[in-house]
Design a binder for this molecule. Sequence first.
Ligand code: ASP
Length: 305
Amino acid sequence: MTGWTLLIHGGCGAMRPETVSAETEERARAGLNAALDAGAAVLARGGDSLGAVEAAARVLEDDPAFNAGRGSVLTAQGRVELDAAIMDGRDRRAGAVAGMTNTRNPIRAARAAMERTPHVLLTYDQADAFAREQALEQVANDWFVIPERRAQLEKVLAAGGKFDTDIKYGTIGAVAVDAHGHVAAATSTGGLTAKRWGRIGDSPLIGAGTYADDRACAVSATGLGEAFIRAVGAHQLAMRMLIGGEVLQDALDAVLADVGSLGGSGGLIAVAPDGEAAWGFTTPGMYRGLARADARSVKIYGEER
Ligand code: ASP
């Protein structure tokens, strides 16, 4: 193994060429390219996959075009609650945060939780308090809110809390394998529009929306979190390879089918230590990108295979 591979997603949903404005499409493609640039720069200089997925995720968190960090969707109470996780395939160390309300880059807090505490998952105000202690930038909750998300919340609440068919799962994620064959995964999200009661999705739950294991692959999910939690989607994918001997793409497709059988649509990205990369989704589109030393692609629609 000498090369490196980085895959990212910016969520999946009902995106079709005829329904996405040229401006939205351009913003999304620019954002995905900027995230690939950030992650690829780490890998190209011999950095590890952990640093690459964190760098790519930070760029997407800061980009209001995606549902993570600034630009996240709103809870039923009209505020932003952020979830994120990161995992290192070398030793399966993991860190995660959920329900954060004031930390600019939850993925940084997740990494700090992994590296500087004996714990895996920190939640709500104590997660923000920990991030503050770690000198991670704090912002007012309003800083995360953009007008489009308020309008989206009002629409969903007017429909009785039900999503319409235009739903877009805008979670962001990155998976990478570095030149040493080590994999890592990162996922960050605002969750689902109009989520209630301190709801936590699949993204910060290790094995559900995020997983990395050098013996199999690194995985990041987007979609209906409840279904990914019940399917233990990311871990299931890795175990299909490790125990079941399935190849990456088959394992990924089987997990999406399983999530589908539980009533959930969504998407997955995954890379294996040998550099094999796969993605798939059961929605019309998924914001996604791939970078290698000699290749780069950014795609949105299902038709762009
Ligand atoms: N999976 C995320 C969640 O349920 C949502 C998304 O993918 O946008 O929190």
